[in-house]
Design a protein around this ligand. Structure first.
Ligand code: FES
Length: 167
């Protein structure tokens, strides 16, 4: 699926099915995408491995989205500026910045660890963040929270919600 900056696809982050059920997936922030032709297509859901043993390793499938841009800016890989977590038909999005050391939650490109379809784990010091609100419930930054990116899901696509849109 390609992103478009304007029109009905404005704010599109990815297809819901690009996010493994019970796992996480990194995407660029649409606000950072100056030229949509620079953005690689999001991986097909068939490329994403099934959740096994309560955790998902997206590195195993060589997902193009995470590794495409490579270079980081202030330690943040722009191709994974936002992490989306999913449980069934629900999805939540957060800035990919751990509140512990202000570094990305992932260590490998587009590789996010999730447990029991409930918690997103930082790869560095194992802080566990609740899918629903990004709150750290266990780990060195317990009580801190990820920065939420408001999203809406339409036709199984995840869109970044505009500031002026109702919450
Ligand atoms: S940097 Fe995330 S838990 Fe330490």
């Amino acid at each position: 699926m390609s992103r478009a900056a304007n029109g009905p696809e404005r704010g599109l982050l990815c297809a819901l099915d690009d996010v493994p059920d019970g796992g996480g997936h990194g995407v660029p922030d649409v606000a950072d995408v100056a030229d949509v032709s620079d953005v690689p297509d999001v991986a097909d859901v068939s490329d994403v491995p099934d959740v096994a043993d309560g955790k998902t390793d997206l590195a195993a499938n060589g997902t193009a989205t995470g590794a495409a841009n490579g270079a980081s800016r202030d330690g943040i890989d722009p191709s994974c500026a936002i992490v989306i977590v999913r449980r069934g038909d629900d999805a939540w999005a957060y800035r990919n910045v751990c509140p512990h050391f202000s570094i990305p939650l992932n260590y490998e490109p587009d590789t996010f660890w999730a447990y029991d379809a409930q918690w997103l784990m930082c790869a560095h010091h194992s802080a566990m963040f609740r899918f629903e609100d990004g709150m750290c419930v266990d780990g060195p930054c317990e009580g801190a929270a990820l920065t939420a990116i408001p999203v809406r899901i339409v036709d199984r696509k995840v869109f970044k919600r505009d500031n002026e849109e109702e919450t």
